[in-house]
Ligand binder design. Structure first.
Ligand code: PLP
Length: 403
């Protein structure tokens, strides 16, 4: 049974009763993952994109219990290092449902992944594909096309990917070196808020597939990457982000149909969601360090709410989004607008304070609990090992009970 605080919070949030009940029951700081909620998101994705293989981008939540649940559900894994491959194997993902999705890798990384049984590698340069041929002979490669990242909160444009003409040259080189040129991939940028980004990604993929066909290269899959958005974020100004999910899925389905019609390839499709599966299914139980009011350089009094978690222990992405905060011990209380910040002695450890202030209960006292919602994705990955002596948050999970 949820506690009274949980029942009240549930009216205000879209999270499952399970997650709310687990937060309400927690007496110490921790990050909680709702495992059935993650499974439900996975099932939704499978329904929205029928026939598409889902490979979880492990970096979004390298938590064994989460990985094991996804593996048991039939999900595959997008691993980005030999250590992630090992972790995925331990969690139960069959190696045949995994690929090495990182275009950045050393010779040793390639050889180690190959020894672990990985057969499919992402690539985006002649240097990398040459190294794959040497250290993972006979492997299958898929070439990542660059995207602009426009429309995403985190565009990933510069570090990875190549233009279509280079992808053709790289896959030709792969073939010449005895590799199997197997696919193309894209990533439209993380928390992609527009369907148009997928539309232009499909344009680029289509052009490349046509060029490859002319060169006698026939692929067997397209990897549509990550980028599917979380639903529970707020922007820097505190406004709810409302991604057009129906439109995004429609554009993806239409895009896949279009690619299937391009001659010369028999295409299967892969997606590599991270944020979409995890963000809304994870929340932090933290506590109030202090609510203070200080006069700034302009003489104006400004409230600051310092929490026990911040940029360096769970909320690394606070530069770009505001997380919804719930104060379970101060319902319907008088509020004041505050800058929300983390506990460290570092000025970067704060919500972007030139943007929106957050209404917080005026009566907050040190030690009061606070729930930070929709912060599950990347939270455990982006966790420092004791910045200013603040430990990484422990994690836990909820597995059922009240829904
Ligand atoms: C290759 C690759 N695939 C998938 C993802 C997951 O992206 P998202 O969390 O936006 O779904 C990432 C994230 O950085 C990535 O680098």
């Amino acid at each position: 049974m949820p506690q009274p605080a949980a029942r009240q919070a549930r009216r205000l949030t879209q999270e499952s009763g399970r997650l709310i009940a687990a937060l309400a029951a927690a007496t110490e700081d921790q990050i909680v993952f709702d495992l059935p909620g993650i499974e439900e998101r996975y099932d939704t994705l499978r329904r929205e994109l029928p026939g598409v293989a889902v490979r979880f981008a492990m970096k979004a939540c390298p938590v064994d219990e989460v990985l094991a649940r996804l593996a048991a559900r039939g999900c595959g894994a997008d691993a980005a290092s030999p250590r992630e491959v090992e972790q995925a194997l331990d969690a139960g993902f069959p190696v045949t449902e995994m690929h090495y999705g990182n275009t950045v890798k050393s010779d040793e990384n390639i050889a180690a992944a190959h020894r672990l049984g990985i057969t499919d590698f992402a690539t985006d340069s002649l240097e990398d594909v040459t190294a794959i041929a040497e250290h993972a002979p006979g492997a299958r490669v898929f070439c990542r096309l660059a995207t602009t990242g426009e429309g995403a909160l985190w565009g990933l444009s510069n570090k990875y990917g190549c233009p279509p003409a280079d992808a053709v040259a790289i896959l030709e080189r792969a073939r010449d070196l005895g590799l199997t040129p197997a696919g193309l991939s894209v990533h439209v940028g993380s928390q992609q808020m527009t369907a148009d980004a997928w539309r232009s990604a499909f344009d680029g993929i289509a052009d490349t597939l046509e060029a490859l066909h002319r060169r006698g290269i026939h692929l067997d899959h397209v990897n549509l990457g990550g980028g599917l958005p979380a639903l529970g974020y707020r922007d820097k100004h505190g406004r709810a982000l409302d991604p057009p999910m129906d439109k995004i899925f429609t554009v993806i389905r239409e895009g896949m149909a279009r690619l299937r019609d391009i001659p010369g390839h028999r295409l299967g499709f892969v997606v590599e969601p991270g944020r979409y599966l995890i963000a809304d299914q994870g929340a932090i139980r933290a506590h109030v360090s202090r609510l203070s009011a200080r006069r700034g350089p302009d003489g104006e009094r400004q409230y600051w709410l310092y929490l026990s978690c911040g940029k360096f222990n769970g909320l690394y992405e606070m530069d770009e989004v505001q997380y919804r905060l719930v104060f379970p011990s101060h319902r319907d209380a008088e509020s004041v607008p505050a800058v929300v910040a983390g506990p460290t002695c570092d000025s970067d450890d704060a919500f972007s304070h030139e943007h929106g202030l957050v209404p917080v209960p005026k009566a907050l006292a040190s030690g009061d609990p606070v729930w930070v919602m929709s912060c599950g994705a990347y939270a455990t990955s982006y966790m420092t090992q004791g910045f200013n002596g603040f430990s990484p948050l422990p994690y836990t999970w909820t597995d059922g009970g009240d829904t």
